[in-house]
Design a protein around this ligand. Structure first.
Ligand code: 13P
Ligand code: ZN
Length: 287
């Protein structure tokens, strides 16, 4: 089916205490693996690309690729730009058919973050596109975004309430102790803070840095009000491992259909597991 604005999906998830899985893609094979995996689980899904990926693939090329793959299946697929701090890039993504955008002003002082998000909300809503913003600062590294521990900051619940009111943003990414990339030690999440944010806010909440979290931790986040989880690192790792295994087995292999075929199968397996964990299997048939 045609790409959908995923806010509808996340609102249904919020009403039912579920969570929509969002996966970062990097190329044709990861797009196919995410959409095929979600279609097999009969689940709605969000595909997302960072600005680094947009530079790698080109905006029109990746947007056309996701649109074409989504039209071949009968599950809702949203297309989202992840961690974008550029207003211009967001406008270009919307022009090329993105149905959702994240304007990441989390590095800015509060008032500047509010001003930037408001500008994006104005143009995105006029185009029927959803907007995610971040308050507090998620640590770790994701493509060209690097936030060291000294700069990471947890979301303040009262400030989050004022931020949502001032910006009219559709969804909020919360910093509660998760980080992008591989976890060095055991992640320590601030669950009471998540509950305090949920008690003040009636909009879908987003958990970044969900790769590498134990299933029980993700379930607890969903119970306490998370409605979208972002997975990037686990897809990259599974793809790289599958390709390395192919070349270890046969160092003379040169056929991309073989090593990328193995990569696709490995990514699809992770996608299906995460969707099951989110409780969204079968949801596409109920919408
Ligand atoms: P991971 O690095 O944990 O996969 O985080 C993904 C993410 O938050 C993308 O925005
Ligand atoms: Zn993120």
């Amino acid at each position: 089916m045609p790409l959908v604005n995923p806010i509808k999906l996340m609102k249904v998830a919020q009403e039912r205490g579920l969570c929509i899985a969002a996966f970062n893609v990097h190329n044709l094979e990861t797009v196919q693996a995410v959409i095929d995996g979600a279609a097999k689980q009969r689940s709605p899904v969000i595909i997302q690309t960072t600005p680094g990926t947009l530079r790698h693939t080109g905006i029109p090329q990746i947007a056309a690729c996701v649109k074409a793959a989504a039209e071949l299946v009968d599950i809702p697929v949203g297309l989202h730009v992840d961690h974008c701090s550029s207003f211009e890039t967001i406008v270009r993504c919307i022009r090329h058919g993105y149905t959702s955008v994240m304007i990441d002003g989390s590095h800015l002082p509060y008032t500047e973050n509010v001003a930037l998000v408001r500008e994006v909300v104005k143009v995105a809503h006029a185009a029927g596109v959803a907007v995610e913003a971040e308050l507090g600062r998620i640590g770790g590294s994701e493509d060209d975004l690097m936030v060291d521990d000294t700069k990471a900051a947890l979301t303040d619940p009262a400030e989050a309430e004022a931020f949502v009111e001032a910006t009219q943003v559709d969804t909020l990414a919360v910093a509660i102790g998760t980080a992008h990339g591989q976890y060095k030690g055991k992640p320590k999440l601030d669950f009471p803070r998540l509950s305090a944010i949920r008690n003040r806010l009636n909009l879908p909440l987003v958990l970044h840095g969900a790769s590498g979290l134990a299933h029980e931790v993700i379930r607890e986040c969903i119970r306490r009000g998370i409605n979208k989880i972002n997975i990037a690192t686990e897809l990259k790792d599974s793809m790289a491992e599958a390709i390395k295994e192919c070349f270890c087995k046969d160092p003379t292999e040169t056929d991309p259909r073989r090593y990328m075929g193995a990569a696709k199968a490995a990514v699809e397996k992770v996608v299906r597991e995460k969707i099951l964990l989110c409780g969204c299997s079968g949801l596409a048939d109920e919408l």
